[in-house]
Each structure stands twice: as C-alpha cells, then as structure tokens.
Design a protein around this ligand. Structure first.
Ligand code: ZN
Length: 338
C-alpha cells in the first residue's frame, strides 16, 4: 500500500461520560497541512516586510510632498508679493503721470502770466490734447489727491481694474511726450515774443525823465508864457531845480546834443520805430551825439537855458515826426525796465 493511501485515525476522548470520537485523516493531508502553514507564514512575513518597506516609502513621499507644497506656497507668496509690488508701481506711475500733467497745466498758466506781464495775449492751453488720457471705466480719478481726504473701503484691486489702470497710465505717459514737445515749442515762441515785447518796452519812452513828477504845463494848445497868445505846446513842462538829473526815457541813440536860442541846451534821442524824445532848457549836456543810451541813463541836468521863465524840463515825445502827448506813455515809475 502506497503511503499516500494510508489513513491515520485520531481518537478523541472528550471526557469519561462521552463516547470516543475517531477522526480519519489521510497521510497526504497530514503532510500538506504543515507545508501550507509554512507557506502561509512565509507569505505573512513577506507581506509584512513589503508593507514595512512601503510605509517607509510612503512616509518619505509624504515628506517630499509636504516639502514641495510648502515650497510652492512660499513661491506663491513671493509671486503674490511681486504682483502687489508691480501693482503698487503701476499705481505710482499713474500718479506720476497725473502729477506731470498737473505741472504742465501750471506751466501753461505761468506762461500766460508771463505773457500778460508783457502785454501779450494768452495762448490756448495744451489741456485739450489730454482728452485721451482720461480715466478708463471711471477707475482713475483725475482730481488732485491733495484736494481732499483719503480713505474709505480698502478693497484688493481686481485684474480688470489693474489692466484698466495700466492702459490708462500707458496712454497718459504716451501723451506726455508730444505734449511736452508742444509745450517746449510754444515756450520757445513765447520766449521770442517776450524778448520782442521787452525790446519794444525798452525802446518805448514809458518812464519819467525826472524824479520830479509835477507837470507845470500840459501838452496842447496853451497861452504862451511870453506873448500871452494861444500857441501849441508840443510837450510837457516838468518842475525841478537846476542840476536835477534828466534821464533817457527809453533805450536809443542820441541824434542831437547842442544849444539853441529857444530850446536852450537840448538833446534828442532816437528810439527806433519812428519814436524820438526831446529834452530842452538843460543846464548841462552829458550825452553826446552818437551815444547809445539805455532807459534811465542820465543824459543831462535840468536847467533854464533858452526861452525859459525858470528851471524846468520841456519834454517831448515825437512819433513819426508828429508831437505826441508824453503823458500817454508815462504809466510807470522811473525804474528801468518798467
Ligand atoms: Zn515847454
């Protein structure tokens, strides 16, 4: 009989009163059960080792994941900081663009003030060209931030708002270049115009030829002090004392400096543009023919030479050969340049 066909009989005796039980088990089963147990035990050990290994890997993976995630968080935070900083810079640029625009408007005003000072008409403002620089979607206020208080809700800026601000800032900045160029050209024109106006002013007899401002005889028809007959008085007589300084009423060239029986010691200055001034009855001639004189220069001293009843200055303004009332020119004080 082959051993695999053998059967073993186990006798089980529960206790004295129960009957004996017999269990028949084949030899094959008896051999395979321990082998099965061994395989099972080995499998369990293998699985345990496998699990142990995996647990290590999982833990290290989890660590890595946590590391990367905190690194990404840091990167994200950095990026957010950068974005916020860029937003702040855009907002700053926008403010600067507006500030430059305001300053240009101020320059416009100053330019007009300068023009008014020399009697030139005001020019148009460059403000109209700034139309393209207006706020987009009403996001950007065009007012001066220093106009009033700031505050209220402090909400984070949305992407759309940032885009709008960036666009409007770019437009503002792009508009500034041509506007500055225009302003520069206009200021150059104004400078030339002011220089011309100043030259005209310097060659216009606007100042008093004496420190004394008392007019003793007006321009026009009057009774002659010697004959009592009606005569035309071609200038004004200004009171004063012998030796008082007599000033050139404007820049010009002395075209006459000499003595005459009626006019006494007298000087004529040509100021160009058909304007001449004449100074008579001087006690002393200082400026000579050919002298270039400036407004306010002392040209002689007041006196009573020639046909004169007492010390005074006979002062004439001649426009294109015709006597003109000097008082229409005398608006300012004697100070040079006014
Ligand atoms: Zn006179």
């Amino acid at each position: 009989m082959k051993w695999s066909k053998k059967r073993f009989t186990f006798v089980i005796i529960p206790d004295a009163n129960s009957s004996v039980k017999r269990v028949h088990i084949s030899a094959v089963v008896l051999v395979f059960i321990p082998i099965l147990f061994l395989i099972l035990a080995l499998s369990v050990i293998y699985l345990y080792l496998l699990y142990h290994n995996s647990a290590g890997s999982i833990s290290s993976l989890r660590h890595k994941l946590s590391d990367s995630s905190s690194r990404y968080e840091r990167m994200l935070a950095d990026k957010n900081d950068s974005i916020e900083s860029l937003q702040t810079q855009v907002a700053g640029l926008s403010e600067q663009a507006k500030s430059i625009q305001r300053k240009m408007d101020e320059v416009d005003k100053l330019e007009n003030q300068v023009k008014n000072m020399v009697g030139l008409p005001s020019s148009g403002s460059s403000k109209g060209d700034a139309g393209g620089a207006e706020a987009v979607d009403g996001l950007v206020e065009d007012g001066d931030p220093s106009d009033g208080g700031m505050g209220g809700e402090d909400l984070p800026v949305t992407d759309a708002e940032m885009t709008a601000l960036t666009t409007s800032t770019r437009t503002d900045l792009a508009a500034l270049g041509p506007q500055l160029e225009q302003l520069k050209q206009r200021l150059e024109q104004t400078k030339a115009a002011v220089a011309a106006a100043q030259k005209a002013l310097r060659t216009t007899p606007t100042i008093w030829p004496t420190d004394n401002r008392r007019i003793t005889s007006l321009f026009g028809v009057r009774k002659d002090p010697f004959t009592g007959k009606a005569r035309f008085h071609a200038g004004i007589d200004i009171a004063g004392s012998v030796g008082d300084e007599v000033y050139a009423a404007a820049d010009g060239v002395v075209v006459h400096s000499g003595r005459d029986s009626a006019e006494g010691n007298n000087i004529t200055i040509d100021h160009g543009n058909g304007i001449r001034t004449r100074y008579m009855h001087l006690s002393r001639l200082i400026a000579q023919v050919g002298d270039k004189v400036e407004k306010g220069d002392v040209i002689g001293e007041l006196g009573s030479t020639g046909r004169s009843t007492g010390p005074h200055l006979h002062y004439e303004v001649v426009l294109n050969g015709e006597p003109s009332d000097p008082r229409t020119y005398l608006k300012a004080t004697r100070k040079v340049g006014e």
